[in-house]
Structures are given as structure tokens and as C-alpha cells.
Design a binder for this molecule. Structure first.
Ligand SMILES: [Ca+2]
Ligand SMILES: [Ca+2]
Length: 548
């Protein structure tokens, strides 16, 4: 049996028992990202900065006239020897919204008269010709040069977002976070002074992923009677969530929109069920295997009363393609909108946590497609608080979606919606609870702080190929006992320590859910949108005031 996920991926769900791993060419990513070479095509008046994107995709917002933009792009592509075609496998989803929401947007973006969503186009080499490999950046820049700088509102690259945990593979970073065995290194802090201090967070004992024992009880969660206010709902979109005794009865991973899956589905590609999907011959677990389970555990610690929904859109290498993220966000926003308006088949979400981000090549109004922001703002318009992680590159370069939060003193590439709970971005703190973790991004859009260095949470029962340094046996009459040093990637105890701004966002999300819960939550759909925005904003203010 196989099941169609986001963007037409087909995942085999029939594999049971001992996992039969896929072959190398099956594991190889279908689309490989590319670093944007800012010197490759220049257009007078446009200053570009490095980022990472899918070279043969171009995204067209359905807020603009898709057919007109496709026609313009197609003409320019033709001159470059390329064909442009709608990606039929990418299911364009559009968000139904109240007319008042659309009107508010048109006031901010006069060109954005359409429905919220994106269409994905493929750029391919013309058949029977030998031309330079298709490249969306070249196409975009050439189109701007020919048609004018602002002629392509709503058109953008398909960026790669990286998950913000130490260990994720940062295309755009100088920090080699993913040393396979820091224990064996003579200098775990790194070899060069300038990156060493940040890279140290990747080493066990200094915040890097490691197993840890926990002796306390599970977070206390009281039974709720029918008279009790409903539980808060916190959702995340990450690597999903694996089995864990703390979470099994609390986390849902398969919530669908009208029977259609949201994000990636299927067990064969699930980084929370198999920790070693991408490099099964290198002995180490994949970079972010277990990340979603860790995040769900943090939400549960911060708000044991909350029910959790954990969708999956991130692969075990920590990378997510913008179009797939936006596709999933559109579906989630649809569920939230239905519940808020008391329509059938919706899902009320009080807080939504996102731990990933990308850098935009031209982060300025006019050269920036606001579609992703508008989707998150539509959730905020229903009262949902959206919490984002700041990023782990120790930079003040705005990373998105975190930098969709209001900037102190104004600024940023998007015109913010006023009738919406503002997005909140969280920086990471060290375990002392006061100093900012050295890796954490920061800037005027970061509104709060939460622990993100050497944080404790739940982990699937993975055991990677790394081994204890020593193992012997002893027998003092009561039977043979195995003695060994700690196996650095044996998580069968169920708990781990890890670092990243990834973990600050769900802690803030949980704190907001707790604040909402202590105020007594009304049934979803019973309050007006304006009242829901007031309640969400008040809970958020309470949390950020205490966690500046
Ligand atoms: Ca591996
Ligand atoms: Ca091991």
C-alpha cells in the first residue's frame, strides 16, 4: 500500500518488521538545493545576498494573476532555452478566507487581489537542445531586467529552510556542527578560534545531542471532566513525532484535511521511526532524527495540559522545501479557519510552533513574496499564536518566518496585518536561564527568550552505530553483567539533551498555551474572531513580558 503525501511524494507504507532500507538512488533527494551565487546575474539596483534554493522551481503566488505571471516568465525562459510548466504533482491549495481578510490584504498589497496560496512551476531544458541548466535565479533576474524591477509581484524562488537545531546541516553556515564523533576529537571546541565557540554546542557535554537519564515522574496532567474548559491545542510542523510513553496518548500525527494528508506521510521516510534513513552505512544517526519527538516533549513539559498535533514536513537531514512548507501551511490554515468560524471539519489550534527558517536573497518590499507571511497571519486572525525560532547562525540577518514578527521601531519586508495576533520569534538562552546562547540569531524582530542550550526532552528509542569506548563483563556470583562507558547515541532510555533555537520556540509555544489554559479556554468557534485575537494577544503579551 502506498499513500500520496504533500507534493505527490509516494511513500511506501507497507514495510513492517525488520526495516528494509531503500537503495542509495532511492534515498537520494529528488530535488537538490543550490547556493545562490550573487555574482551570477546582476540587475542594476538589486543587491542580492546568499541563500539556498531549488534551481528548477519557481513559485507564483495565487494572490497575483498566475496566468499572467506564468506567461511573462515563460517568455523570458524561452529566450534562455528553457520551458516553463505548471508542476502538476504539486497540489496547489488555496485558502478560503472571509472577504474582510482579503480586503485588508489588498489595502496592504494592492496587487494581491487573488486567493491565498501558491502554484509551483518547473523550469526544464528545451527538448532536443543543449542549454545551460535551468536556474530560477537567472530567470527571475532576467525577467526583472526586461520587465522592470517590480513587475513580478508574488513571484519567488523555492527556498530551502533549515531546521534550527544544532546538528542540522546548515548550507549557509561556516559552522561544522555535525562532527560525527566529538568524543574522539582531541579538541572538541573546534580547530579555529572564530567558529570554535559556536561549534562547541555540537559536542556532547557542551550542549550537543546526547543521551541522559531522567528519574522524575512524567509531567502531571489532570483529568478533565465535561465541565472543565477544553484543553489548549499546540501544533508543530517538523519531523513528526515518534512513540514515547510521555506522548503516546497526547500527540496526534495523522490529522488530515478532508481525508488528504498534511505534509509527508508513510513510515518508510519517517525520521521519528528510523533514525538512519539517509546515510545508513556511516554509523551515525541522521542530523535531525528525533527532532519532532524532542519538540513535542518540550511542549509537553511547558504545558502538560495541552493536546499536541505534530505534522511532518522536514526530512531527516533537516531540510524542508519552501513550497512543501507553504502547501502544508495552507492546509493547516484551512483547518484553523474552519474551526474559528465554527464550520465542520476544522481543527482549533491555539498555538503553532515552527522551528525552521531561510534567508531571503532580497529581503526588501517589492522583491519579497509575502504569501508565507499571509498564511501565518491568517492563522493569527483566528487567534492562533505563531511562535518561530530565531535561527542558529549567530547573525542579525533576518531569517524567515521568525523575521515576520513585528520589528522594534518598524522595518522588515512585509506589511503586517493589524487584525491578527502578531508572530513571536524566540532566541535561545543557555542553561543558566540568563545569557543568550552564542549560536542564537538576534535582531529587532526577536520578541522573547527561552532555553535552547543543553535542553532536556524526549527522544525516540534510537541506537546509532557509535559504540561505547570500552566494554567488559564481570560476574560476582549473581550473573554476568555488561560494563561499558556511555554509548554516545543510545537513546533507548527515551531522553536526550540537545541545543538549538529550535527548542526555544516550542517552549514559548507551551508557555503561551499554559497562559491560555489558566485563563479558561472557550470552546473553539464560540468567540468572535476579534475576541479570539484579543485572547491570543493577551496570552502572548503575558509570556513575552516574563521572558524578554
Ligand atoms: Ca547515518
Ligand atoms: Ca550506539
Amino acid at each position: 500500500m502506498s499513500e500520496q503525501g504533500e507534493n505527490g511524494r509516494r511513500d511506501d507504507t507497507s514495510i513492517g518488521g525488520p526495516r528494509r532500507r531503500r537503495r542509495w538512488d532511492d534515498r537520494y533527494p529528488a530535488r537538490v538545493g543550490k547556493l545562490l551565487d550573487t555574482t551570477s546575474v546582476t540587475v542594476d539596483g538589486i543587491r542580492a545576498y546568499p541563500t539556498c534554493y531549488v534551481p528548477d522551481h519557481i513559485l507564483v503566488s495565487t494572490l497575483a494573476d498566475v496566468a499572467a505571471n506564468a506567461e511573462r516568465l515563460g517568455r523570458v525562459a524561452g529566450e534562455l532555452g528553457w520551458d516553463l510548466s505548471l508542476d502538476e504533482k504539486f497540489l496547489t491549495s488555496r485558502l478560503p478566507e472571509p472577504e474582510v481578510a482579503r480586503q485588508d490584504r489588498v489595502r496592504r498589497y494592492p496587487w494581491a487581489t487573488g486567493v491565498l496560496g501558491i502554484a509551483r512551476f518547473l523550469i526544464s531544458a528545451r527538448a532536443g537542445d543543449a542549454v545551460p541548466a535551468p536556474d530560477a535565479w537567472t530567470l527571475l533576474q532576467r525577467a526583472r531586467a526586461l520587465l522592470g524591477r517590480d513587475a513580478l509581484a508574488g513571484v519567488g524562488l523555492d527556498h530551502l529552510l533549515i531546521v534550527d537545531s544544532i546538528g542540522a546541516n546548515p548550507f549557509h553556515s561556516t559552522n561544522p556542527f555535525h562532527s560525527t564523533n566529538p568524543f574522539h576529537s582531541t579538541n572538541p571546541a573546534g580547530s579555529s578560534v572564530d567558529v570554535g565557540a559556536i561549534a562547541s554546542y555540537g559536542s556532547q557535554g557542551r550542549g550537543g545531542l546526547q543521551p541522559v537519564a531522567y528519574a522524575g515522574p512524567a509531567p502531571y496532567r489532570r483529568d478533565r471532566s465535561a465541565e472543565d474548559p477544553r484543553r489548549p491545542v499546540v501544533a508543530t510542523l517538523d519531523t513528526g513525532c515518534g512513540p514515547h510513553s510521555w506522548l503516546d496518548s497526547i500527540v496526534r500525527t495523522t490529522v488530515r484535511l478532508d481525508g488528504t494528508p498534511i505534509g509527508h506521510v508513510g513510515t518508510a521516510t519517517d525520521p521519528e521511526l528510523d533514525g538512519d534513513l539517509i546515510g545508513p552505512m556511516d554509523g551515525g544517526l541522521d542530523e535531525v532524527s528525533g527532532h519532532g519527538t524532542f519538540i513535542a516533549g518540550l511542549i509537553h513539559q511547558a504545558c502538560p495540559e495541552a493536546d499536541i498535533v505534530a505534522w511532518r514536513v522536514v526530512d531527516s537531514d533537516g531540510v524542508v522545501i519552501e513550497s512543501e512548507l507553504v502547501g502544508a501551511l495552507t492546509k493547516i490554515a484551512t483547518l484553523i479557519g474552519r474551526a474559528a468560524l465554527d464550520l465542520p471539519d476544522g481543527l482549533g489550534i491555539d498555538v503553532f510552533s515552527l522551528s525552521m527558517g531561510y534567508y531571503h536573497e532580497t529581503p526588501e518590499d517589492g522583491l519579497f513574496d509575502p504569501t508565507m507571511y499571509e498564511l501565518l497571519a491568517s492563522m493569527g486572525r483566528c487567534g492562533t499564536v505563531v511562535a518561530c525560532s530565531a535561527g542558529n547562525d549567530a547573525t542579525d540577518r533576518p531569517m524567515f518566518p521568525a523575521a515576520f514578527a513585528p520589528w522594534l521601531g518598524g522595518g522588515g519586508p512585509v506589511h503586517l496585518a493589524e487584525d491578527s495576533v502578531p508572530i513571536v520569534a524566540a532566541r535561545a538562552l543557555n542553561p543558566n536561564g540568563s545569557t543568550v546562547a552564542l549560536f542564537s540569531n538576534d535582531g529587532p524582530w526577536i520578541g522573547c527568550s527561552a532555553p535552547g542550550g543543553a535542553v532536556f526532552s524526549t527522544m525516540p528509542a534510537f541506537n546509532g552505530g557509535n559504540q561505547p569506548l570500552a566494554r567488559v563483563t564481570s560476574d560476582f556470583g549473581s550473573g554476568v553483567r555488561v560494563r561499558e562507558s556511555i554509548d554516545p547515541d543510545d537513546f533507548r532510555g527515551g531522553f536526550a539533551v540537545w541545543s538549538g533555537t529550535s527548542f526555544a520556540a516550542p517552549l514559548i509555544a507551551g508557555a503561551v498555551a499554559s497562559a491560555l489554559d489558566s485563563g479558561g479556554l472557550q470552546p473553539v468557534g464560540s468567540a468572535s474572531l476579534a475576541d479570539r485575537v484579543k485572547v491570543g494577544s493577551a496570552a502572548l503579551e503575558k509570556v513575552t513580558a516574563a521572558a524578554r
